[in-house]
Design a protein around this ligand. Structure first.
Ligand SMILES: Cc1cc2nc3c(=O)[nH]c(=O)nc-3n(C[C@H](O)[C@H](O)[C@H](O)COP(=O)(O)OP(=O)(O)OC[C@H]3O[C@@H](n4cnc5c(N)ncnc54)[C@H](O)[C@@H]3O)c2cc1C
Length: 416
């Protein structure tokens, strides 16, 4: 039976939910931003529109997202997103380039890099990790263990642990290095195990805008600049009250916002819902678009598409993306950078945009929390649902946002 469903939030999860549910139901999509949320922070730069943040994906870890993009007719393009690592203000200590052959990408390390001790240690331990971690995953030896604990017990070198793997994941998850140490070892092993090292990385052609256009096609009513005051359940539906006092009732409501944003809206959250939502913690992320090359590796020869910079004073890497190198369609001679968590301030006159975001923190407890969320969704007569990157197993990325939305299909079919 066709239901009237409200989806609150139009990031990746809300748009995916609108696509999956919009096939059979009447969807009203609420977004508090003036644009669909997935592209709400994209910026018009001299060489074209640039997504903030820039998001990359690879097939092995993103099966549901790739399937969704194909179904909705969104093309993808391969990118060179190879990584380089340097000390802030110093020389690069490890980097690789990508060679593309036979549909595969092979990381290639220059002979000069091989000659130095630190990169040798990183490469030796990386090979060991790629050999050992899948076996430990398969035997269940990583269950209920943090990645920090696993790396310490297996005596991986500090060069590999503290100067490569932990900061790399602190960049991918945009959380602190300490938070990565507390990450479930299984999740990080899975991320590598699904072909990360040899897979090309991709993005949607046209970026967030193309995804938003395609996935919003099944939305019956779009409410941008929506100001929701509260959401509460009634005997036969769920009422949404707007700031202007108007009230609309739906058969079901899907919250596709961050967990900490649900709490401000859902008036009648049950104790069990509060436990699940409050267990999701967030870390602040700053993303700056700018032209200031001081936030890049000191030597221009060390610049790559994605540049990690470490400093003993900071517990998280600064990651500067060289937009001109990463995005094939970006056409402007002046270098443009997207810096995540800057360690020094870019010159104000060279800043295009300064954006504050949040990212969920994952640990062993949050994985158990997801089982409680599944139990909530399985309750009979349920009319309020939750999806988002935080709400499915795995690293909170575009894939988990889509997976969490996909699972709502079964739950929504039970709404009467
Ligand atoms: C710096 C950075 C880099 C990243 N890089 C990658 C990457 O390379 N690959 C990858 O897969 N992922 C990446 N991610 C993660 C990815 O962007 C997120 O996991 C994903 O976008 C989360 O989608 P979501 O729909 O769950 O949440 P959100 O994108 O947070 O969407 C929630 C939406 O709800 C809206 N909203 C909130 N409150 C209300 C309200 N009261 N009323 C109406 N609307 C409301 C918000 O405006 C927003 O549009 C990155 C994230 C960051 C911060």
């Amino acid at each position: 039976m066709t239901q009237r469903i409200a989806i609150i939030g139009s990031g990746m999860a809300g748009l995916a939910a609108a696509w999956f549910l919009g096939d059979a139901h009447h969807i009203t999509l609420f977004e508090r931003q003036p644009r669909l949320g997935i592209g709400a922070h994209s910026v018009q730069a001299p060489g074209g529109v640039v997504d903030v943040p820039l998001r990359v994906i690879y097939p092995g870890y993103y099966p549901e997202l790739f399937a969704l993009l194909a179904e909705a007719g969104v093309a993808v393009e391969a990118l060179d997103a190879s990584l380089g690592f340097s000390d802030l203000g110093g020389a690069s200590y490890f980097r690789y380039r990508n060679l593309h052959a036979l549909g595969k990408t092979l990381p290639w390390v220059t002979p000069a890099t091989w000659l130095r001790r630190e990169p040798q240690q990183v490469l030796f331990d990386l090979a060991r990790f790629l050999w050992q971690a899948p076996q430990a995953l398969a035997t269940g030896a990583l269950a209920d263990r943090t990645i920090g604990d696993y790396l310490d017990r297996q005596s991986y070198s500090s060069a590999f642990t503290d100067r490569f793997l932990i900061p790399a994941f602190a960049g991918i998850n945009t959380v602190s290095c300490q938070a990565v140490r507390e990450y479930p070892a299984e999740l990080i092993a899975q991320y590598f195990n699904r072909g990360f090292v040899v897979s090309s990385v991709y993005r949607a052609v046209g970026g967030a805008h193309a995804i938003a256009q395609a996935l919003s096609a099944r939305v019956a009513q779009l409410r941008l600049n929506a100001r929701i005051r509260s959401v509460h359940r009634q005997a036969r539906g769920v009422a949404i009250t707007m700031e202007d006092g108007s009230v609309e009732t739906f058969d079901a409501v899907v919250f596709a916002t961050q967990a900490n944003q649900v709490r401000a809206m859902l008036d009648d959250a049950s104790p069990a819902e509060r436990v699940v939502l409050e267990a999701v913690r967030y870390d602040a992320v700053r993303v700056v678009m700018h032209h200031d090359a001081r936030l890049m590796p000191a030597a221009r020869a060390d610049w790559g598409p994605v540049n990690y910079m470490l400093s003993p004073q900071f517990d998280r890497p600064m990651v500067s993306i060289w937009v001109n190198r990463l995005l094939p369609a970006y056409q402007d001679p002046r270098p443009l950078f997207q810096t995540i968590n800057p360690m020094l301030e870019p010159a104000a006159e060279w800043v295009l945009q300064d954006c504050r975001l949040q990212r969920p923190i994952v640990d062993l407890a949050t994985q158990a929390n997801l089982q409680k969320l599944d139990a909530l969704h399985a309750q009979p007569q349920r009319r309020v649902f939750f999806c988002g990157a935080y709400a499915a197993q795995g690293i909170p990325l575009l894939e988990s946002a889509v997976a969490s939305a996909h699972r709502l299909l079964a739950a929504a079919s039970k709404v009467h």
